[in-house]
Design a protein around this ligand. Structure first.
Ligand code: HEC
Length: 113
């Protein structure tokens, strides 16, 4: 497989984007992981609804396996616009493009823990 090439490409584009990206974001981690990247977003953007510890009664997304299983549905929903059926985060503002890209990159990276 052309896996090496693929990762090289991802790394190169990550570098490229970090160079011309917005100044307030400093996520230049080479590989996206659940612990480093996804958890932070979920804790701030999907709380409290998807965090049982915070009183949420929706599917727990502070749990690796759940996010991994639902990743396609998650990406689909966060790419919708407010008002569209299924849009997430529910009743909140749409995530910014950089944040949506983190979920996509995590999937491309093979969803490491
Ligand atoms: C204000 C509460 C709230 C927030 C914040 C929220 N959600 Fe949800 N979420 C819900 C509700 C209510 C449902 C169930 C209704 C539905 O499926 O649309 C749901 C369902 C979902 C589902 C379908 C789960 C399943 O069982 O198939 C996904 C995927 C999802 N949310 C993703 C997210 C993501 C990702 C975030 C954060 C970026 C988020 N949600 C933030 C309330 C919320």
């Amino acid at each position: 497989m052309k896996r090496k090439l693929f990762f090289g490409f991802i790394a190169a584009s990550a570098l490229l984007f970090s160079n011309c990206g917005s100044s307030k974001k400093t996520t230049s981690a080479p590989k996206t992981t659940f612990a480093n990247d996804i958890t932070t977003i979920v804790q701030s953007k999907c709380a409290p609804c998807h965090i049982p510890d915070k009183g949420g009664n929706k599917k727990a997304y502070d749990v690796y396996d759940n996010v991994k299983t639902d990743i396609d549905n998650i990406i689909r929903r966060i790419e919708l616009n407010p008002g569209e059926r299924g849009f997430m985060p529910f009743r909140n503002e749409k995530l910014d493009a950089a944040t949506i890209a983190v979920f996509k990159k995590w999937k491309e990276d093979g969803m490491p823990q």
